[in-house]
Design a protein around this ligand. Structure first.
Ligand SMILES: Cc1cc2nc3c(=O)[nH]c(=O)nc-3n(C[C@H](O)[C@H](O)[C@H](O)COP(=O)(O)O)c2cc1C
Length: 349
């Protein structure tokens, strides 16, 4: 049965749902947000809302001939069948693609497994004696911003119970900047070094499988006292920042890279973590990728807890545009790419 035949057997609300879902599959964050809001309503109200969303979808996305016909929600309901018929073949294509993507999702499950059995049949680069890649080089003449030593005086909530109880994802910001002392402490909490080595690998305040620490921390600074707006990279060994590029106007680009999640672009400070997979592959080969994902969760959770402890909030961001976010920090997208982000700001009120 084709999708068109299937749709013909469905009541109008269900067809509206499929059309809206198809628009969602078209990767339109604005539309999908509107759709999610409508879903929060209930019953026929939701159906009407979805149809209203479709007016936008029809105007923006479907054939020019359709344009202008949908002035009101009631007009849409009359023309719904025509709309579905006109786009049925396109929907079939989307369904076909969706089936392929769902198969891919199943195939990807293998990286969630502990693939340590593979190591028995593999001479890893570590075993071959290939040197572990060193820490990232800093360009000659780069501007360096020294950070104050991490100091617990910035902590406002110091009961671990209260910090855990108050932790939540925050998506809107109160007034006020982040102080340099607070930034220093957040960086210490997420990637700070606690073991006495002068290079990589190191022991840090987050755990990492095999202590490989495959992440680099980049900051989009918009409103941090005493630090120029722009992109900075954290150097854990030196506990300082390297200026990647000054830029006072990153809000639009960052929001776009965060797939229109505007609270990311408007935050006074955004952490962007990249991964250099080889640091972990060097030892664990195909078992590395699960470990890397687990490592990144520790980074995110330490930022959540640390931000809460200083009276700020954050939100883990997994839904970003890979290419645009990689471009913001200027990594190649192959040997190093963005794995996670988190805006930080003051709590409201
Ligand atoms: C890996 C990961 C990725 C996430 N990505 C996003 C995101 O892109 N946008 C967003 O608004 N929230 C994102 N979140 C936040 C979750 O939506 C949030 O943790 C969840 O709704 C539970 O709420 P809570 O953190 O307040 O307990 C993400 C959380 C995690 C752990």
């Amino acid at each position: 049965m084709t999708l068109k035949e299937l749709l013909d057997t469905w009541p109008q609300e269900k067809r509206a749902y499929v059309v809206a879902e198809r628009s969602w599959a078209c990767d339109d964050p604005v539309l999908s947000r509107a759709f999610a809001k409508e879903l929060a309503l209930s019953g026929r109200e939701a159906a009407a809302g979805i149809l209203a969303t479709l007016v936008g979808a029809a105007r923006n996305r479907l054939e020019e001939a359709m344009e202008g016909q949908y002035g009101t929600v009631s007009a849409v309901s009359g023309d719904m069948k025509a709309l579905v018929e006109k786009t049925a073949s396109e929907f079939d294509g989307v369904l076909g693609r969706s089936a392929a993507i769902k198969l891919k999702a199943k195939a990807q499950r293998s990286i969630l497994k502990a693939n340590f059995g593979d190591l028995a049949g593999c001479v890893t680069d570590q075993k071959m004696g290939i040197p572990f890649p060193g820490i990232k080089a800093t360009p000659d003449g780069a501007t360096i911003e020294r950070l104050p030593a991490p100091d617990r005086s910035v902590v406002r909530v110091d009961s671990i119970h209260d910090v855990i109880a108050r932790r939540k994802s925050v998506r809107s910001w109160g007034e006020g900047s982040i102080s340099k002392a607070e930034l220093s402490w957040l960086l210490w909490a997420t990637q700070g070094i606690r073991g006495g080595t002068s290079g990589h690998p190191t022991l840090r305040n987050v755990p990492s499988g095999g202590s490989r620490h495959p992440f680099e921390t980049w900051l989009v600074v918009r409103n941090v006292e005493g630090i120029a707006p722009g992109i900075w990279r954290y150097r854990p060994v030196e506990h300082d920042l390297v200026l990647v590029r000054p830029d006072a106007d990153l809000e639009t680009a960052l929001t776009k890279a965060a797939r229109e999640q505007d609270f990311v672009g408007s935050a006074p400070l955004t952490f962007i973590w990249t991964v250099i997979p080889y640091r972990t592959e060097w030892r664990y080969c195909t078992a590395a990728h699960k470990i890397i994902l687990q490592d990144s969760g520790h980074l995110g959770q330490n930022l959540y807890l640390a931000a809460t402890a200083i009276g700020c909030g954050t939100c883990g961001i997994g839904a970003y545009d890979q290419g645009l976010m990689d471009a913001i920090v200027g990594v190649d997208g192959e040997d190093e790419f963005v794995i996670y982000c988190a805006p930080v700001g003051r709590l409201k009120g």
